[in-house]
Design a protein around this ligand. Sequence first.
Ligand code: SAH
Length: 221
Amino acid sequence: MIILRDFCMEDSFLHKGLRRKLVEELREKGITNTRVLNAISSVPRHLFMDSGFVHFAYKDKAFPIAANQTISQPYTVAFQSQMLDIKSGDKVLEIGTGSGYQAAVLLELGAKVFTIERHKILSVGAQTLLPKLGYRPRFFYGDGFKGLPTYAPFDKIIVTAGAPEMPEKLVEQLKPGGQMIVPIGGEDKQIMTHLKKHDDNQCECSEHGAFLFVPMLKGKS
Ligand code: SAH
């Protein structure tokens, strides 16, 4: 449920209408999972961006947020969420909290979300905003390459920054039968990679096209 505390947190009919249009655009681009489309139509993306960008919030584009990072493109958020086939009750680890938008979409899908961010300013920003909107993931400020061994294993892991190679510690923290989605590559493009960990712990990867993310970097900032 969304609690509107002041004018700046408004989610108007105009915003809802723009979200319906965005959902149509995502459907045309190949997002078929209705639970994912419903989640996108529920999350007020304009509240995750600086108010100056409010008119761009429902364009299918990535946009700048603090610390030189970006809020992912809605298509990318929908694509990664659809690939992971999030079920209600799934325990999901997200690397790269950023604005908190992807975490909100995962929560709308019924997941229990653990999210890590390496930039303090972004982690604190998301920790302030999301509860105001009724979204309550577990927040962690730290290096996502390390994952969260204390809380492992996870049903699903979503990496929302471009990883230079398969992050092995995250693979270890996946349950047998679990899945991970991670863009892998250099700074100019990454290949969306889906990893399935079978019940015997053997892993199988498949590739799903080129995307562009900000880089996954080691350490905290
Ligand atoms: N999921 C975010 C996307 C943000 S962009 C959203 O919905 O807005 C990717 C984010 O990953 C950035 O905020 C960046 O700081 C963060 N990041 C990059 N490397 C990281 C790492 N090793 N651990 C945690 N976060 C990382």
